[in-house]
Design a protein around this ligand. Structure first.
Ligand code: HEC
Length: 109
């Protein structure tokens, strides 16, 4: 292996390890808060337009299981045949999605 190739592999490995640590708050802000709101209430311009629900409401929290939340985040959501939330399978790892689901649960009052 050429020296430059080795260096590229090492850089990629370190980058991968760092991105695993990207914290759940940062992921929520970056990918989800535009619709669901930093506070999970969905009261953003995009959230209102898309129909995001209030995740501080216990009834809303009960309306989906952790498995459904995981699947929805990974595969996206369609309403009346139109995508209202895009899939995140390529942007987030399974572990990151699990952390985000736990984060959503923490909005419940
Ligand atoms: C373009 C706006 C938009 C973005 C961005 C978005 N969502 Fe959603 N999401 C929605 C809408 C609309 C719904 C359906 C109504 C609701 O449950 O709030 C929804 C529903 C959900 C549900 C409930 C699924 C169910 O089965 O009822 C979860 C969980 C969820 N989103 C998680 C996330 C996570 C995690 C992110 C970021 C990685 C995210 N969303 C980003 C619009 C969005």
């Amino acid at each position: 292996m050429k020296h430059t190739t080795k260096l590229a592999v090492i850089t990629a490995l370190i980058g991968g390890a760092l991105s695993l640590q990207a914290d759940v708050e940062a992921n929520w802000k970056k990918h989800c808060a535009s619709c669901h709101g930093a506070d999970g209430k969905g009261q953003t311009t995009m959230g209102k337009k898309a129909g995001a629900k209030d995740y501080t409401d216990a009834k809303v929290q009960e309306s989906f299981t952790d498995e459904q939340a995981f699947k929805a985040t990974k595969e996206g959501i369609e309403k009346d045949g139109k995508p209202v939330m895009k899939p995140y399978a390529e942007k987030l790892t399974d572990d990151e999605i699990k952390e985000l689901v736990a984060h959503i649960r923490s909005f419940k009052k």
